[in-house]
Design a protein around this ligand. Sequence first.
Ligand SMILES: *Cc1c(COP(=O)(O)O)cnc(C)c1O
Length: 379
Amino acid sequence: MNNEAPRSIPILDVRPEIEAIWDELMSAIQKVVRDGQFIMGPNVKSFEEEVATYLGVRHAIAVNSGTDALVIGLRALGVGPGDEVITTPLTFFATAEAVHSVGATPVFVDIDPESFNIDVSQVEAAITERTKAIIPVHLYGRPCEMDTLLSIARKYHLNVVEDAAQAFGAMLRGQKVGTFGDVAALSFFPSKNLGGFGDGGMIVTNRDEVADVARALRVHGSRRKYYNELVGYNSRLDEIQAAILRVKLPRLDASNDGRRRVAAWYNELLQDVRGVKVSIPNEDVHHVYHQYTIRITGVNRDLVQARLRDRGISTMVYYPVPLHKLAVYSGRNLHLPHSETAAAQVLSLPIWPQMTRETVETVVTALREALDDAQLGND
Ligand SMILES: *Cc1c(COP(=O)(O)O)cnc(C)c1O
């Protein structure tokens, strides 16, 4: 085995974007430091208004993380102990963890193998008299099929909380994700499509009373300082993060277009590669490719990933264990075949908005070689 990687391609390179707007970022950060207001200042307020305008929603409430946006969003909707919340097992653990955090129980419904998102046709069968909400996750930046979900939610009087952590800017039939449900959660974790220089998140909603409770919950449950009405959280976005995110928000669409261009190159170059299955959404779906994820079929995915690593190509598996198979759920004994197969086959390839066609070609060439090696059992 050759231990020297001739080239090294990361899964994500955030530096080109930062370099391109360096001066603007630095002056925004410096202004916050000079002004000396670091918590709940003018940048947080403006950023909330700018996100609300971008999405076309009434309320955007900045919080500490995408996880907290889910927790506070669920609490503000009144989801709590004894309630069940239906969601997908192919997601980051935070989706289900937020449900536990409010005292409720997640109920997992298998995925649609084509989109990797929750199979809306199986949701109705999972509803019980305890069901209070559904959390669709727009996984990898690809919008879920919302129409069916919303009509099921209406029929059974359920809340819909969109986990849009990976899909800021994605659209379904021209409508932005995060605007379909009762509440949506955004994340500004550095690797997300709109990433800060630390943790951050946002709750979005059109419902005034939900926004009012969420605003109180993020500051220890008080509408008026020191007059606490609820037991809440300390979950604020700080001014420096808000200032950084305000510089980046006007470039989100261009940045997502960059990801879409890279994805189109992969789709073209991978379409006849044996052992690779790509999934291309139809025109209704404006996928923003937080991840570019393929399936490795016929050969062992982990072996292909290892052979890519030997060639200096970083890839990731989102997610190697579907949630219902995690140790925390060992008592449940659920079998959700499409999620389990996906967890064994998925591989996310390098993608970032400024990635060049040449770099995409390098990855594809290395992938072809890695597939050949894995097929032959070389190591
Ligand atoms: C990133 C992510 C979260 C959590 O966001 P944080 O800001 O890291 O707390 C939740 N759900 C999904 C699907 C995510 O990808």
